[in-house]
Design a protein around this ligand. Structure first.
Ligand SMILES: Nc1ncnc2c1ncn2[C@@H]1O[C@H](COP(=O)(O)OP(=O)(O)OP(=O)(O)O)[C@@H](O)[C@H]1O
Ligand SMILES: Cc1cn([C@H]2C[C@H](O)[C@@H](COP(=O)(O)O)O2)c(=O)[nH]c1=O
Length: 204
C-alpha cells in the first residue's frame, strides 16, 4: 500500500511523518521521501541549491523518482509493505508546472506524459493545506533550513496546482487543514491509515 504526503514547503509534512513513526510504531511501515537519500537525490538537492535550469531540475527530480521506484517503492510493494512517502509524483505536478511555465506551453501535460508508463500511482494521498502566509511564517522560524521557494507567489501557484490535482482525483486525496494542531493531524492521519484496507495488489 502506497501512501503519500504532499503540501507546500512548511506545511508540516516532516512533522506529520515523524509523528506517524511513533503513532504507527506497531505496524511495519517503510518511511521514505523524495528527493531521496541516494546519490541522485543528493544531485537534486545540489541542483536546487545552485538554482539550475528548470528543465534540468525537473528531469533530475524525475530521475530521482525512477531510482526511488526501483530501489524502494517496487520492492516494498512486492513485499506487501505499507509505504509512506514524504513527497512523491504530485510534487512534480504541483511545483514543476510552475517552474516550467515560462519554458513550455503546457507544463502539466508534459509532466504527466513524462511519468506515463513507469510511475506507480499512490493508493492514498494526504494533502496538507496551509495558507501560504502561515507557511512562510513557519519557515522563517526554521532559520537553519534553506528553502527552495521563499517567494510567496510561487507557493501560491503551487498550492493552487495541488488543489486542482486533488479535485481531479477525490478518491485518492484526503485534504487536511494544516492549521490544526500537530497532534490532531497525526492522530487523524494515523486512524485513516489503520482503517485502509491493506490488500495484496499486483505491481509491475
Ligand atoms: N500543525 C502545526 N502547527 C504549527 N506548527 C507546525 C505544525 N506542523 C508543523 N509545524 C512547524 O512548522 C515548521 C515546518 O514544519 P515541517 O518541517 O514539518 O514542514 P515541511 O512541510 O516538512 O517543510 P518542508 O517542505 O520545507 O520540508 C516546523 O517548525 C514545525 O514544527
Ligand atoms: C519532490 C519534489 C520536490 N520539489 C521541491 C519542494 C521543496 O521546495 C524542495 C525540497 O523538498 P523538501 O521536502 O522541502 O525537502 O523541492 C519539487 O519542486 N519537485 C519535486 O518533485
Amino acid at each position: 500500500m502506497l501512501i503519500t504526503i504532499e503540501g507546500i514547503d512548511g506545511s508540516g509534512k516532516s512533522s506529520l511523518l515523524n509523528g506517524l513513526k511513533e503513532e504507527l510504531s506497531d505496524l511495519d511501515v517503510i518511511y521514505t521521501r523524495e528527493p531521496g537519500s541516494t546519490w541522485i537525490g543528493e544531485q537534486v538537492r545540489r541542483g536546487i541549491a545552485e538554482n539550475i535550469d528548470p528543465v534540468a531540475e525537473a528531469l533530475l527530480f524525475c530521475a530521482d523518482h525512477a531510482a526511488h521506484l526501483g530501489e524502494v517503492i517496487r520492492p516494498s510493494l512486492k513485499d506487501n509493505k505499507i509505504i509512506i512517502s514524504d513527497r512523491y509524483t504530485d510534487s512534480r505536478f504541483a511545483y514543476q508546472a510552475v517552474t516550467l511555465k515560462k519554458i513550455l506551453p503546457e507544463p502539466m501535460k508534459w509532466l504527466k506524459e513524462v511519468h506515463e508508463g513507469w510511475t506507480i500511482k499512490p493508493d492514498r494521498t494526504f494533502l496538507l493545506v496551509l495558507p501560504v502566509e502561515e507557511a512562510l511564517i513557519r519557515l522563517k522560524k526554521d532559520r537553519d533550513k534553506p528553502e527552495h521557494f521563499e517567494c510567496g507567489n510561487v507557493l501560491e501557484e503551487v498550492l493552487n496546482n495541488y488543489l486542482e490535482i486533488a479535485e481531479t482525483d477525490p478518491e485518492r486525496f484526503i485534504l487536511i487543514d494544516a492549521l490544526k494542531n500537530k497532534e490532531e493531524i497525526i492522530k487523524f492521519v494515523a486512524d485513516c491509515i489503520r482503517q485502509m484496507p491493506h490488500k495484496q495488489k499486483k505491481y509491475l
